[in-house]
Structure formats: C-alpha cells, structure tokens
Design a protein around this ligand. Structure first.
Ligand SMILES: C[S@@+](CC[C@H](N)C(=O)[O-])C[C@H]1O[C@@H](n2cnc3c(N)ncnc32)[C@H](O)[C@@H]1O
Length: 207
C-alpha cells in the first residue's frame, strides 16, 4: 500500500488524509469510502464529523497517521468497522463492542420500536431480553422507558460484561443482567414482554 506519509512528505492535514483514503478505498473497490474515513477519523481524533471539516487544515501527528494506516489495513482485510472503532450507534445510544460480541444490526432497532408500541399503555412494565449480547435491545428499552424493569440474559458471561459496561456508560439503572441458558433454565419471574434476537447463524457457518 502506498502510504500517505510518502505521498505528502510527512506533512499531512486532516483533509489530505480524507482525500487519500477515499481514493485508496476506491482503488480497492470499497464503496462509501468517504463515510468510512470520516467515521474512523472521528474516533481517532475524538471529534464530531463537522469538526473534521472545521479543522481540515490541522496537521496530524505521525502516530495518528500510523494508527490510521493500520485501521485501513484491518478494513481491507474485511474486519468490520465497528470492531476497529469499538463502538456502534444503536437507537441513538453509542454502545461499546468487542470482537467477542455480536454487532447489533440496524434492523434490530425495529424490535425496540415494536416493543415500545406494544408497551405503550403498560405502566412500569417488566421486560425480559433473551440473548442480550451487547445489551443493545435491553438498554434501548430501559433508556426509553425509565419506569420499566428490564432483565437481559445471555448464556455467555463475556457478553454480559460488555452489556453491563454499556448500561453503566449511559447510567441506566433500571436494568439487570444475568447469565442463563434459556434452553436449560426458565426465568422464575413473569414479564409483560419477552424480546429476543436469538442466534440465527448455524453453528457450522460460524468461523
Ligand atoms: C444474534 S445474538 C443477538 C445479540 C443482541 N440481542 C443483538 O440483537 O445484537 C444472540 C445472543 O444469544 C446468546 N445466546 C445463544 N444461546 C443462548 C442460550 N441458550 N441462552 C441464552 N442466550 C443465548 C448469544 O450469546 C448471543 O449474545
């Protein structure tokens, strides 16, 4: 890969990096290059999209350029953008994710919308989220319904650690997470609504 440092003799502004990366993505046949570059830079520089352009003449450090190049390499090797940045936006909340966690899909936001519709007239609902993963559905519901009590269960304790971190990140207190294998155990309490985005990839197709 031709590096940006070589093309610009070590002087590199935000706008140079955006232009270079967009062209580089195009040459690799990757679509939405500019959008992807902007997301990477927002995380790298810890700023909003608009600030990239207000600060487009800002000189970048060699460390920043190096990290950016390594992120581009990971993308080209098909690593999901969300695992590189370590975050995803779900129902208006920024959630932390790691490669141990299923990446919440945009269409899963529909589950939240339908749940909110169903619970519209229920006062202080009790909600169970089976296979909570990053906690995305449970946390979005707990955030939208502060009077609700939400329980997220998952078979995998690593998922639950991330889910709890995400709840803490947004200071959501009306939620608890429990380790439970739904195929072996049935929650003892009763709930107004049970939501789930269960595993749908056959085990033999998972890498
Ligand atoms: C497709 S992911 C969905 C994660 C999250 N709800 C979402 O929508 O992004 C399915 C989740 O179910 C969990 N899971 C799989 N088998 C389970 C079981 N027997 N009992 C409880 N959770 C299980 C997995 O660990 C995984 O986190």
């Amino acid at each position: 890969m031709q590096t940006l440092a070589r093309t610009s003799e070590n002087n590199c502004r935000v706008i140079d990096l955006i232009g270079w990366a967009e062209k580089h993505f195009l040459s690799k046949g990757l679509e939405n290059g500019r959008n992807t570059v902007e997301i990477l830079l927002q995380h790298l520089l810890d700023c909003k999209r608009v600030d990239l352009y207000f600060g487009s003449e800002k000189q970048l450090t060699q460390d920043t350029i190096k990290t950016f190049h390594s992120w581009i390499q990971r993308l080209i090797k098909n690593e999901p953008l969300q695992y590189i940045t370590g975050t995803i936006e779900f129902y208006g909340l920024e959630l932390m994710i790691t490669p141990a966690v299923f990446i919440p899909r945009p269409e899963t936001e529909r589950v939240v919308e339908i749940a909110l519709q169903i619970l519209k007239t229920v006062i202080s609902p009790k909600i169970l989220d089976v296979g909570t993963g990053s906690g995305c559905i449970a946390i979005a519901l707990a955030n939208e319904l502060p009077e609700a009590s939400v329980t997220g269960i998952d078979i995998d304790p690593n998922m639950l650690k991330i889910a709890q971190k995400n709840a803490d990140l947004h200071k959501i207190n009306n939620i608890i997470f429990k380790q439970m294998d739904i195929q072996k155990e049935i929650p003892k309490e009763s709930y107004n609504l049970i939501v789930s985005n269960p595993p749908y990839i056959p085990l033999n197709e998972m890498s």
